[in-house]
Design a protein around this ligand. Structure first.
Ligand code: BT5
Length: 264
């Protein structure tokens, strides 16, 4: 889609579902954020399986208006899904997408990748992937879902500003991957994972999610609006929430937080 570094005219909205995720993949040289455009297309009725991808993003979005650094070489993409499921089944969906991506990355790297609640994937070296899933509801049903996925593939973590603990696939393996092939396989793995979810409850995945979450059973620090709380993490619960026991013994369920980290 992209020519000579100029953002091409936007494609028309296609209401038909793609025959497979990524069949319609619009690749731009540079975008402020693939999420902005995918969100707009989802609102206008774009069909399932469409993907917006950019070689680089100039205003990549993280959670809570944090910046997502997106230099060339990474996989920066946003996928539109139109799930025919009840809205209540969407809780924990970010963790499921993370799990399916984790599975693929572990296979590629041949080493463990960990799930950092609520939306990050880490290896020993740093953050490999960040994910943002947004949804829109229609009554009791999910109307659309947008998964914004950022994976450090061929870009090097050394190019990030100091203070960002990141890692890329190329940093770990010393080899660059074919981004097109990487993305096509990723989308196919996500599609298969999502299709499998149709017949299961989120609880089915909980043992694996807890196994991959290094916080379970450890003391953590929860930072929210400048306040730091320390607690013992007892695991991830049946709705994707973080379960903790505070120092005074009180049990809590955390559904959103600024930052969660292991206590040193
Ligand atoms: C996330 O936010 O991890 C969600 C990132 C989602 C990015 C994708 S890229 C395609 C799509 N289009 C977008 O505009 N966004 C999505 P959060 O948990 O808030 O983490 C943000 C924090 O991660 C930042 O404050 C940095 O500390 C760190 N960070 C920023 N860029 C990074 C990178 N490329 N790799 C690793 N860490 C990074």
């Amino acid at each position: 889609m992209s020519r000579g570094g100029v953002t091409p005219p936007l494609p028309p909205v296609t209401h038909e579902p793609a025959s497979y995720w990524g069949e319609r993949l619009y690749l731009f040289d540079s975008l402020p954020s693939t999420n902005t455009i995918a969100r707009e297309y989802a609102r206008r009725g774009e069909g399932e399986g469409t993907v917006f991808m950019a070689r680089q993003q100039t205003m990549g979005e993280g959670r809570l208006r944090r910046e997502w650094h997106s230099p060339e070489g990474g996989a920066w993409l946003s996928l539109i899904v139109r799930p025919r499921i009840k809205a209540e089944r969407l809780s924990g969906i970010t963790l499921l997408f993370s799990l399916w991506i984790l599975d693929y990355l572990e296979e590629l790297l041949g080493k463990p990748v960990y799930l950092h609640w609520p939306n990050d994937l880490f290896t020993g070296g740093g953050k490999l992937c960040g994910l943002l899933v947004e949804s829109s509801l229609e009554g009791e049903m999910a109307q659309w879902l947008m998964a914004g996925i950022g994976i450090n593939v061929n870009n090097r973590a050394s190019s990030f500003p100091p203070g960002i603990q990141a890692a890329s696939i190329a940093d770990i393996t010393g080899e660059e991957l074919d981004l097109q092939h990487f993305t096509a396989t990723l989308l196919s793995r996500l599609e298969t994972g999502f299709a499998g979810f149709a017949g299961k409850n989120f609880s089915h995945y909980l043992p694996l999610i807890n196994k991959k979450c290094p916080m379970a059973g450890h003391h953590i620090e929860i930072t929210d609006q400048g306040r730091i709380r320390r607690a013992l993490c007892t695991g991830i619960g049946p709705e994707g929430q973080l379960m903790v026991q505070e120092e005074q013994g009180e049990r809590r369920e955390i559904r959103a937080a600024g930052r969660v980290s292991l206590s040193r």
